[in-house]
Design a protein around this ligand. Structure first.
Ligand code: OAD
Length: 254
């Protein structure tokens, strides 16, 4: 796979790299994106019925059952070559760090070998109390036969319901994660934006923050997105093809 020379040039001198990822990063692991026609999650489900506080208040067992099944499906997929390439990049000479800032709730970057992963929209493996915010250390498993409703567990501290540790529409991002993401892209030499439509803010604003801080911004995505205009270079390729090719090119270019 030939790598565009301008992308190799931009990446070659970068000591501090931040890879900003969205659902397209995990697509080749078999995880549906949100907005792609036919396969996108929001094409098959009404987001308002599932990913909002209002939906939770209206019908928590329905929302919980959907997330339990989604989390179970995320637990059995594997990191793809793109996740592994991002982790391997950190080991190249001349690279001081490669951080990952993701909108994804899966743990494929971690399982692919990346050390620090900032999860802007929460995590499929973190649960907390809806009332007192206490973390819930339990695990969930999908029932053998899918059911429409499952009662959420209750918090051992206060007895309220346990909720998924994900960010729902209308909710703020976790402050620690957002602050860390802004710090990382502001100090980056290269911000690589992979597999996001760039439609959901504030995450979609990170490439511009990086650029304002002096980073070169490169987009990897098969199609044009809302982020394309902010990028210095656009590479129309998929994550699992482009990232290993880029890291391989960097090995020989250094
Ligand atoms: P989207 O579904 O909006 O966009 C996925 C992007 O991935 C699109 O631009 C695709 O072209 C691209 N894509 C598809 N396959 C790809 C591949 N193999 N390699 C590279 N790119 C590929 O997903 P996000 O931008 O992540 O938020 O969505 C952002 C947020 O919207 C999500 O985190 C979620 C959702 O509502 C919350 O749930 C809070």
């Amino acid at each position: 796979m030939p790598v565009p020379p301008e992308v190799v040039d931009a990446a070659r001198g970068a000591a501090r790299v931040v890879v900003v990822t969205g659902a397209g990063m995990s697509a080749e692991s078999g995880v549906a994106t949100f907005r792609d026609e036919q396969t996108g999650l929001w094409a098959r489900y009404d987001a308002e019925d599932l990913a909002s506080v209002e939906a939770w208040e209206r019908d928590a067992p329905f929302v919980w059952a959907w997330y339990v099944s989604r989390f179970a499906s995320l637990a059995v997929v594997e990191p793809n070559a793109g996740h592994r390439a991002v982790a391997a990049w950190a080991g190249l000479s001349g690279v001081s760090r490669v951080d990952v800032v993701t909108q994804n709730i899966d743990d494929l970057h971690e399982r692919g070998g990346s050390d620090e992963v900032v999860h802007l929209h929460g995590s499929a493996t973190a649960f907390r109390c809806e009332s007192c915010d206490a973390p819930w250390p339990g695990t969930v498993a999908a029932p053998d036969v899918p059911v429409a409703r499952i009662e959420p567990p209750t918090c051992p501290v206060c007895g309220a319901r346990v909720r998924p540790g994900v960010v729902w529409f209308g909710e703020p991002l976790p402050t620690d994660a957002w602050d860390r993401a802004v710090d990382l892209v502001s100090a980056a030499d290269l911000v690589l934006v992979v597999g996001t439509s760039g439609l959901v803010f504030p995450a979609a604003g990170l490439p511009a923050v990086g650029r304002a801080g002096g980073a070169v911004v490169v987009e990897i995505n098969p199609v044009e997105t809302e982020t394309s205009d902010v990028a210095d270079h656009r590479w129309r390729e998929t994550a699992a093809v482009a990232l290993p090719a880029l890291v391989s090119a960097l090995r020989t270019a250094r």
